[in-house]
Design a protein around this ligand. Structure first.
Ligand SMILES: *Cc1c(COP(=O)(O)O)cnc(C)c1O
Length: 360
């Protein structure tokens, strides 16, 4: 059986070793005669899965003890609502950095619940760069500051996390969590949908500083209150059990690989292969400013030619899947998350060379 190199922005590739392990354990997990999918979420076996996943994530990301790890549902999109519902607690004001389509959605949702100010934006240049964010721009009274650390659609990323002082920094890290080392203590809250760098869809990970829990209003729906999930160890209701299990397998895979330091090095190498090739080519181009480039999502264009559809089709015929750019940006986009092997990026560059040669 041949596996494709899948460049999808999400759901995306999973490590083959993880899929094989899940396959091996599918019918009978730990000799229980039951699949993880069939286990009670209150059973001893599943308790080991969820607490094991949490411990692995804590070790990998070096999460301080005063942070909770929550395994939720609803995707990153639900966090666009949960964050304001729980974090507007004093002034009812929040400062947002607008770096693309996902930031815009987060802003729009937060506006329903409080006073939202956009303190920096790159919309003037079609989100092709990350704007400067200084401490002086932040309202010291704001309940939180929100950024999107990696802009999945536009292919930009914060190469430096802004210092927000005493104002808690909230980050949508959906598309670059676990891709590099991060100092968690810089953040008040981190959230990420699982389907990019964590595992399968259906699971959302929230890492939240304890002092930010417990401030939601009386009328906050129980399922949207962080306190509910914090108090119950993410077992208030049935969690997405299989997705939590898949995440645990991915965390184990990452640990075996040498953790985030090793992963970051590999990711930098993979991105450099693609960027270096685009850079030296006069056929392809990058729409993103150099200092703002993402190492996870890499958009590229073929300027002045109407060749995008042909590129995507022929790439697919060569086992390179889902390279079409987002409809709002056009061109192509290669998402090269943790699970994309270096060989996949090399195969892509090989194909790009052939395509350039035959269309020049
Ligand atoms: C994919 C993505 C989302 C949306 O995630 P869902 O889990 O589908 O809600 C939000 N923000 C970013 C940065 C993303 O990459």
């Amino acid at each position: 059986m041949k596996r494709a190199y899948n460049f999808s922005a999400g759901p995306s590739m999973l490590p083959q070793a993880v899929l094989e392990k899940a396959q091996k354990e599918l019918l009978s997990y730990q000799d229980s005669g039951m699949s993880v999918m069939e286990l009670s979420h209150r059973s001893g076996l599943f308790t080991e899965v969820i607490t094991g996943a949490e411990q692995l994530l804590r070790d990998l990301m070096d999460i301080p003890d005063n942070y909770k790890v929550l395994f939720l549902q609803g995707g990153a999109s639900q966090q666009f609502s949960m964050v304001p519902l729980n974090l507007f607690r004093n002034s009812g004001k929040a400062d947002f950095v607008n770096t693309g389509s996902w930031s815009k959605k987060a802003i729009k949702e937060a506006q329903k619940f409080g006073d939202v100010r956009v303190i920096a934006s790159s919309e003037d240049e079609k989100f092709t760069y990350i704007p400067q964010v200084d401490k002086g721009m932040i309202d010291p009274e704001a309940d939180y500051v929100h950024i999107t650390t990696n802009n999945t659609i536009e292919g930009t990323a914060f190469r430096q996390i802004p210092d927000t002082g005493d104002v808690p920094l909230v980050a949508d890290m959906s598309s670059n969590i676990l891709s590099e080392e991060m100092d968690i203590s810089k953040f008040g809250l981190i959230y990420a949908g699982a389907q990019k760098n964590i595992g399968s869809a259906g699971l959302t990970v929230v890492i939240i500083r304890e002092d930010l829990i417990g401030h939601a209003k009386e009328n906050c729906p129980v399922m949207l209150n962080y306190q509910t999930h914090s108090d119950s160890g993410s077992l208030y209701n049935t969690p997405p059990t299989f997705a939590v299990y898949m995440a645990k397998l991915v965390f184990e895979w990452l640990e075996e690989l040498g953790g985030l330091k090793a992963m970051e090095k590999i990711n930098e190498e993979k991105a450099a292969i693609l960027y270096d090739y685009i850079e030296q080519s006069d056929f392809y181009g990058s729409p993103v400013q150099k200092d703002s480039r993402s190492i996870m999502n890499i958009p590229f264009i073929i300027p002045g030619r109407d060749l995008d559809a042909a590129f995507v089709k022929q790439a697919q015929e060569n086992g390179l899947e889902t390279l079409k750019g987002h409809r709002s940006v056009g061109g192509m986009r290669a998402s090269i998350y943790n699970a994309m092997p270096k060989e996949g990026v090399e195969a892509l560059v090989g194909f790009m060379k052939d395509f350039e040669y035959s269309n020049k």
